[in-house]
Design a protein around this ligand. Structure first.
Ligand SMILES: CC(C)(COP(=O)(O)OP(=O)(O)OC[C@H]1O[C@@H](n2cnc3c(N)ncnc32)[C@H](O)[C@@H]1OP(=O)(O)O)[C@@H](O)C(=O)NCCC(=O)NCCS
Length: 137
């Protein structure tokens, strides 16, 4: 597996994954209004979407955003057949590293009680703060 900055030519594969994983976000509209693929297209254009690749195929992605020295992680999705294999962890770590390289000292990610993803974040060192998880970078 390798992690790289998402490219415009990856958007087709990213969209497939997004369509598959987006139902999760749709189930928590009180936490995150993530239903717009345009956000992801913009992130790819700005170079703030990272993708995981296996044999050249896009298998997951994450978007990070910077607001001064704070970063936020959104749109973490891994291909169904690859889940549980450490891809999500690798994407979260890579996004945090990249945000830190740009000067971020804090990062928040998204979680909610019905979604077990907080387990992943806690393993990487994030702490639960309400519905978000956060860490010093
Ligand atoms: C969340 C997601 C990206 C995790 O990717 P992944 O590659 O499966 O994550 P990892 O393999 O690195 O998981 C690390 C640990 O967290 C656990 N974990 C990750 N996501 C989990 C979930 N949704 N529910 C329960 N446990 C989860 C894994 O079982 C693993 O635990 P272990 O190391 O003790 O065995 C993936 O499940 C996914 O795409 N889900 C649908 C979209 C989604 O929920 N996105 C996050 C919204 S904030």
């Amino acid at each position: 597996m390798n992690i790289a900055i998402g490219q415009l030519e990856d958007l087709g594969e990213i969209r497939e994954l997004w369509l598959e994983g987006n139902a999760i976000f749709a189930g928590a509209p009180h936490i995150f209004q993530g239903g717009d693929f345009e956000d992801i297209e913009n992130a790819v254009q700005y170079g703030t979407a990272l993708v995981s690749r296996h044999g050249g195929q896009v298998t997951g992605f994450i978007v990070y955003r910077l607001l001064g020295d704070q970063a936020s992680l959104t749109h973490l999705i891994v291909e169904k057949g690859r889940r549980g294999g450490g891809v999500g962890t690798a994407l979260v770590k890579a996004a945090g590293k990249r945000a830190a390289e740009y000067g971020a000292t804090k990062v928040v990610g998204l979680t909610w009680p019905e979604n077990g993803v907080h387990h992943l974040y806690e393993k990487v060192g994030y702490k639960i703060i309400g519905y978000v998880v956060g860490a010093e970078l």
